[in-house]
Design a protein. Structure first.
Length: 193
Protein backbone atom coordinates (compact mmCIF):
# COMPACT_ATOMS: atom_id res chain seq x y z
CA UNK A 1 0.00 0.00 0.00
CA UNK A 2 1.11 3.63 -0.18
CA UNK A 3 2.10 6.20 2.37
CA UNK A 4 -0.82 8.35 1.28
CA UNK A 5 -2.91 9.17 4.39
CA UNK A 6 -5.93 6.94 4.58
CA UNK A 7 -4.67 4.43 2.01
CA UNK A 8 -5.04 1.60 4.53
CA UNK A 9 -8.59 2.78 5.14
CA UNK A 10 -9.22 2.82 1.37
CA UNK A 11 -7.82 -0.70 1.02
CA UNK A 12 -9.90 -1.95 3.94
CA UNK A 13 -12.96 -0.28 2.44
CA UNK A 14 -12.40 -1.95 -0.93
CA UNK A 15 -12.01 -5.27 0.83
CA UNK A 16 -15.20 -4.78 2.87
CA UNK A 17 -17.07 -3.58 -0.24
CA UNK A 18 -16.20 -6.72 -2.18
CA UNK A 19 -17.12 -8.95 0.76
CA UNK A 20 -20.38 -7.04 1.29
CA UNK A 21 -21.32 -7.38 -2.39
CA UNK A 22 -20.76 -11.13 -2.19
CA UNK A 23 -22.76 -11.35 1.02
CA UNK A 24 -25.59 -9.31 -0.51
CA UNK A 25 -25.67 -11.53 -3.58
CA UNK A 26 -25.83 -14.57 -1.30
CA UNK A 27 -28.82 -13.01 0.47
CA UNK A 28 -30.55 -12.55 -2.88
CA UNK A 29 -29.80 -16.19 -3.70
CA UNK A 30 -31.34 -17.32 -0.38
CA UNK A 31 -34.68 -15.94 -1.58
CA UNK A 32 -35.63 -18.33 -4.36
CA UNK A 33 -34.71 -16.11 -7.33
CA UNK A 34 -35.58 -16.72 -10.94
CA UNK A 35 -32.83 -18.27 -13.08
CA UNK A 36 -31.74 -14.99 -14.66
CA UNK A 37 -31.36 -13.30 -11.25
CA UNK A 38 -29.46 -16.32 -9.94
CA UNK A 39 -27.09 -16.15 -12.91
CA UNK A 40 -26.52 -12.40 -12.41
CA UNK A 41 -25.79 -12.89 -8.70
CA UNK A 42 -23.29 -15.66 -9.48
CA UNK A 43 -21.59 -13.39 -12.05
CA UNK A 44 -21.52 -10.55 -9.50
CA UNK A 45 -19.91 -12.86 -6.94
CA UNK A 46 -17.34 -14.02 -9.50
CA UNK A 47 -16.45 -10.38 -10.30
CA UNK A 48 -16.12 -9.56 -6.60
CA UNK A 49 -13.91 -12.61 -6.05
CA UNK A 50 -11.73 -11.26 -8.85
CA UNK A 51 -11.63 -7.93 -6.98
CA UNK A 52 -10.53 -9.76 -3.83
CA UNK A 53 -7.79 -11.51 -5.79
CA UNK A 54 -6.66 -8.14 -7.19
CA UNK A 55 -6.55 -6.71 -3.66
CA UNK A 56 -4.42 -9.65 -2.56
CA UNK A 57 -2.11 -9.01 -5.53
CA UNK A 58 -1.84 -5.37 -4.48
CA UNK A 59 -0.65 -6.54 -1.07
CA UNK A 60 1.99 -8.70 -2.74
CA UNK A 61 3.21 -5.85 -4.95
CA UNK A 62 2.71 -2.89 -2.65
CA UNK A 63 4.73 0.16 -3.73
CA UNK A 64 7.50 1.48 -1.56
CA UNK A 65 6.62 4.21 0.94
CA UNK A 66 6.26 7.56 -0.77
CA UNK A 67 5.24 6.12 -4.15
CA UNK A 68 2.47 8.01 -5.93
CA UNK A 69 -0.95 6.37 -6.14
CA UNK A 70 -3.85 7.32 -8.43
CA UNK A 71 -6.35 9.87 -7.16
CA UNK A 72 -9.40 8.53 -5.37
CA UNK A 73 -12.55 7.96 -7.37
CA UNK A 74 -14.91 10.92 -7.56
CA UNK A 75 -18.34 10.59 -6.02
CA UNK A 76 -21.28 10.80 -8.42
CA UNK A 77 -25.02 11.14 -8.00
CA UNK A 78 -26.36 8.11 -9.88
CA UNK A 79 -29.90 7.16 -10.84
CA UNK A 80 -30.30 3.40 -11.39
CA UNK A 81 -33.36 2.53 -13.50
CA UNK A 82 -34.40 -1.11 -13.83
CA UNK A 83 -37.76 -2.84 -13.55
CA UNK A 84 -36.03 -5.88 -12.06
CA UNK A 85 -36.08 -4.79 -8.42
CA UNK A 86 -33.34 -7.22 -7.34
CA UNK A 87 -31.01 -6.07 -10.11
CA UNK A 88 -31.66 -2.41 -9.33
CA UNK A 89 -31.08 -2.94 -5.61
CA UNK A 90 -27.89 -4.96 -6.10
CA UNK A 91 -26.42 -2.43 -8.53
CA UNK A 92 -27.53 0.48 -6.34
CA UNK A 93 -25.98 -1.08 -3.25
CA UNK A 94 -22.74 -1.82 -5.07
CA UNK A 95 -22.53 1.79 -6.30
CA UNK A 96 -23.22 3.09 -2.78
CA UNK A 97 -20.47 0.84 -1.49
CA UNK A 98 -18.17 2.47 -4.03
CA UNK A 99 -19.00 5.84 -2.45
CA UNK A 100 -21.65 7.17 -4.83
CA UNK A 101 -25.00 8.72 -3.92
CA UNK A 102 -27.64 6.48 -5.49
CA UNK A 103 -31.31 6.86 -6.38
CA UNK A 104 -33.39 3.99 -7.76
CA UNK A 105 -36.45 3.95 -10.03
CA UNK A 106 -38.27 0.86 -11.27
CA UNK A 107 -40.26 2.43 -14.12
CA UNK A 108 -39.54 4.82 -16.96
CA UNK A 109 -42.10 7.33 -15.69
CA UNK A 110 -40.55 7.36 -12.23
CA UNK A 111 -37.07 7.69 -13.76
CA UNK A 112 -38.13 10.91 -15.48
CA UNK A 113 -39.55 12.27 -12.21
CA UNK A 114 -36.44 11.37 -10.20
CA UNK A 115 -34.15 12.87 -12.85
CA UNK A 116 -36.02 16.18 -12.52
CA UNK A 117 -36.14 16.02 -8.70
CA UNK A 118 -32.59 14.82 -7.98
CA UNK A 119 -30.55 15.98 -11.01
CA UNK A 120 -28.14 13.02 -11.04
CA UNK A 121 -24.75 13.17 -12.73
CA UNK A 122 -25.30 9.76 -14.33
CA UNK A 123 -28.30 7.60 -15.18
CA UNK A 124 -27.85 3.85 -15.62
CA UNK A 125 -30.92 3.11 -17.70
CA UNK A 126 -32.38 -0.30 -18.48
CA UNK A 127 -33.72 0.02 -22.01
CA UNK A 128 -36.46 -2.62 -21.69
CA UNK A 129 -38.85 -1.05 -19.20
CA UNK A 130 -42.51 -2.10 -19.14
CA UNK A 131 -44.17 1.33 -19.07
CA UNK A 132 -41.93 3.71 -21.03
CA UNK A 133 -38.95 2.32 -22.94
CA UNK A 134 -35.49 3.42 -21.90
CA UNK A 135 -35.09 4.95 -25.36
CA UNK A 136 -38.14 7.15 -24.76
CA UNK A 137 -36.93 8.06 -21.28
CA UNK A 138 -33.63 9.22 -22.80
CA UNK A 139 -35.40 11.22 -25.53
CA UNK A 140 -37.64 12.90 -22.94
CA UNK A 141 -34.69 13.84 -20.72
CA UNK A 142 -32.63 15.13 -23.66
CA UNK A 143 -35.42 17.55 -24.62
CA UNK A 144 -35.07 19.31 -21.26
CA UNK A 145 -32.16 21.76 -21.35
CA UNK A 146 -31.96 21.74 -17.54
CA UNK A 147 -30.92 18.07 -17.71
CA UNK A 148 -28.41 18.44 -20.55
CA UNK A 149 -25.41 17.64 -18.35
CA UNK A 150 -26.66 14.23 -17.26
CA UNK A 151 -24.67 11.32 -18.66
CA UNK A 152 -27.06 8.51 -19.68
CA UNK A 153 -25.68 5.00 -19.98
CA UNK A 154 -28.03 2.40 -21.44
CA UNK A 155 -28.05 -1.14 -20.07
CA UNK A 156 -29.49 -3.93 -22.15
CA UNK A 157 -29.43 -7.67 -22.60
CA UNK A 158 -29.05 -7.18 -26.36
CA UNK A 159 -25.60 -6.63 -27.79
CA UNK A 160 -26.16 -6.10 -31.50
CA UNK A 161 -24.97 -3.06 -33.43
CA UNK A 162 -28.57 -2.11 -34.25
CA UNK A 163 -29.40 -1.82 -30.53
CA UNK A 164 -26.29 0.28 -29.88
CA UNK A 165 -27.12 2.55 -32.83
CA UNK A 166 -30.73 2.96 -31.66
CA UNK A 167 -29.52 3.84 -28.15
CA UNK A 168 -27.10 6.49 -29.37
CA UNK A 169 -29.77 7.96 -31.66
CA UNK A 170 -32.09 8.24 -28.64
CA UNK A 171 -29.50 10.42 -26.89
CA UNK A 172 -27.68 7.92 -24.72
CA UNK A 173 -23.99 8.58 -24.14
CA UNK A 174 -23.04 4.94 -23.92
CA UNK A 175 -24.51 1.48 -24.26
CA UNK A 176 -23.49 -1.55 -22.22
CA UNK A 177 -24.63 -5.15 -22.41
CA UNK A 178 -25.75 -6.78 -19.14
CA UNK A 179 -24.25 -8.03 -16.97
CA UNK A 180 -21.82 -5.15 -16.69
CA UNK A 181 -18.48 -5.66 -14.96
CA UNK A 182 -17.55 -3.07 -12.34
CA UNK A 183 -14.23 -2.56 -14.15
CA UNK A 184 -16.16 -1.53 -17.29
CA UNK A 185 -18.72 0.65 -15.56
CA UNK A 186 -16.40 2.47 -13.15
CA UNK A 187 -14.48 4.60 -15.68
CA UNK A 188 -17.72 5.51 -17.52
CA UNK A 189 -19.17 6.97 -14.33
CA UNK A 190 -16.31 9.45 -14.13
CA UNK A 191 -16.70 10.89 -17.62
CA UNK A 192 -18.59 14.15 -17.72
CA UNK A 193 -21.06 14.95 -20.50
Amino acid sequence: MSSKPGSEVSFARELRDALSAIQMAMEVLRRPPDEATRDRMIELMERQLATLRALADRCDSAPSPGAAMPAETLTRRILVVDDNIDSAEVLGTLLEQLGHEVFVAYTGARAIEVAHERRPDVILLDLALPDVSGYDVARTLRRDARLAGIRIIGLSGFGGDEHRKRALEAGLDDYLVKPVATETLGPLLLVRR
